[in-house]
Design a protein. Sequence first.
Length: 396
Amino acid sequence: MDVVLIEWLNLILRWLHVVAAMAWIGSSFYFIHLDLSLKPEAHLPKGTYGEAWQVHGGGFYHMVKYLVAPTRMPDHLTWFKWEAYTTWLSGFALMVVVYYLNPELFLIDRSVLDLEPQAAVVISFFALALTWLGYEGLCRSSLRSNQTTVALIGYVFLVALTYGFTHVFGGRGAFTHIGALVGTIMVANVFVVIIPNQKKIIDRLIAGQEPDPQWGAESKLRSVHNNYLTLPVVFLMIGNHYPLLFATRFNWLIVAIVLALGPVIRHFFNERHAGRKSPWWVWGVAAAGMIAILYLTNAGPRQGSAALPTPAPAFAAVEDIVISRCSMCHGPETAWPGIAAAPKGIFLNDEVSIRQHARLIDIVSVRSDAMPPGNITDMSADERAIIAAWLADGRK
């Protein structure tokens, strides 16, 4: 496929994905807040749970929630589903464009596992499907009555998958896949449970029959699952742009911390929305978690660090490494199929440009092994150590 067309698809799909995700997450946060802030009142109609008054944009809104459904179908009903579907469809299309069309660059890291491109794509696709089936099986099992147990098993399940992904794919691919998996679980909750149950309720109303309250309760539970998964999935989707997160030694442990911190932070807001005492301890836990992540990002690259050579190498040795390992993409004319121009407009083909981008080289090739992507040019640990020694000598 033409590289320019791929670039445009990347841009358009990424734009659509971000906008749709904003709409989905925004509506999810809003309805969780609304649900928790509802107040029971004696004057409300039979079958209602509570009401809330809100003001926005110069107008007042009176919100009333029915536990199951009103006694008659309203003439106009707004469905909240397309923002979720659009987020997933655009995200999967983006995965195809970025990862499946260039698996050697962003999906495979031969220092992790020497996969053929077709095998990597097949593993990726079936991992998403099979792991969602595992989650769905857990939610439908006899354990579903104990949500604490479900949450703990789900957490261990996601951490184990993260560890597995980091030993199959490159770091960036692993981060993207665990994020895509969580996003798949969330949109499947909407598509497989929430919307079908709402349709069942409507069908019963049209038929003049009493809807089953269990349908609404089950949908609410899946909505709560989505609420607690929202912050981790956003972190994971932006985290694959930060090498110190995805391309360092304990990247899987960073994800494990994030998967725990997201629900903890949501707990704070949920308690406040419900009018209960604010659990301020949450921010102490969040701060400790972020400090732990900061510490882990300094653990070095995934493949480990070689001993720094002494004395510090001359710049010529560094220049030879960077030009031989990096300039085929970061040069005036790129030599890698699928890359139309030097990524981010960064050139590393002469002394001036290498010195100019020394800090960036430190982050992506010394403190992490994000570059070269998938280590496609086979930069060795000794070569990274030579660059590290030159950088350390310069800092002195």
